[in-house]
Design a protein around this ligand. Sequence first.
Ligand code: HSE
Length: 437
Amino acid sequence: MEPVKVGILGLGTVGGGTVNVLIRNAEEIARRAGRGILITHAAAREYDPRAIRGLDNMLVTEDAFEVVDDPAVAIVIELIGGYSPAKELVLRAIANGKHVVTANKALIALHGNEIFSAAQRKGVTVAFEAAVAGGIPIIKAMREGLAANRIEWVAGIINGTGNFILSEMRDKGRAFTEVLAEAQSLGYAEADPTFDVEGIDAAHKLTILGSIAFGIPLQFDRTYIEGITQVEPQDVVHAEVLGYRIKHLGIARKTAQGVELRVHPTLIPERRLIANVDGVMNAVLVKGDAVGPTLYYGAGAGSEPTASAVVADLVDVVRALTTDPENRVPHLAFQPGELSNVPVLPIDEVRTAFYLRLRVVDEPGVMAEIAGILGQARISIEAIQQKEPTREGGEIALILLTRQVREGDMKEAIAKIEQLDSVKGQVVRIRVEHLSG
Ligand code: HSE
């Protein structure tokens, strides 16, 4: 059978890796797909010709629309990232009857509902495994492997750059900006690295995971977002003393009231496997009612790990080229007409435990005042640590771990605590998750 002709948009870190993996493993990939897969047309403004194989056998243009309009191309791989012109290119490829493979989480999280509807009307597939957790086949695992389950919650380290920064800060005491620069030079970071460190990239990915887990439309604008820029080295140390690690987690949970979608720094017990996922590695923990907790681990960013997911999607699309569209795996795991409108909860309605760090004057009665406010709000304290003052009559750091509390109630209690004369500055608060099965 003739090889399938593919167009690719972008020959950067992931694009270059995709071309190289496809060429290096061509024979095995063809045995799996049932046909050869050939990249015949590429669009790229800047690329390193020495780092990419097979360029002589493809037409390379600067105009990405030329590729999506090429009648010979059956599948378009979109790896240019960002919202625009990626959205216009993907919609045009769909309108032209082409299948699409993309690594673009921002595009799927914000415009996925519209893109999937267009694809469904046209009977084509938009595959996006590489959009979440780099090389880990988490979309496939959740959409197909866990199809028997009611998913209860998902918790993941889903930004490699952020995890790399937190790991290097903790293990080697390196400065934030220096580690971020290294992540950029290794091709891990987004074009705008604030997406990594402010939690936006993780929120894009969590939005997608939440939809696949619970069968709800993509709702990026309802996902709660905090990044890692506010994490202070002293909290990393205090957390370790208490037996916890601070990780930037994306959490999606179904409760009786609705769905939680949130990304933020989180204390997790150091004995959990996921607490020991370091560097650029990602991990996603999924709790299904039948299977229990399952853990998926692998490289979350980088050239060939992400290319691994892109090529796996290509193989899936090629295998399904001759199947009826209604017999393909639905984009968001549930049949398009079966998505539910269960509400995404505002963060104030979410219940978690908390780590609090307060700066207080070293005087009798201070702890009683703070405990009184927490008691009135019915917030139970699980552990307290008091750090020695650095000088006579000076201020001390007070570390508290609470039991689960509604976030809105915790905010009110913190506002009252901050008004006490004995409490100096703002109370630092980080959510705590035990992630027990
Ligand atoms: N910037 C992303 C990360 C790339 O660091 O995880 C992979 O999506």
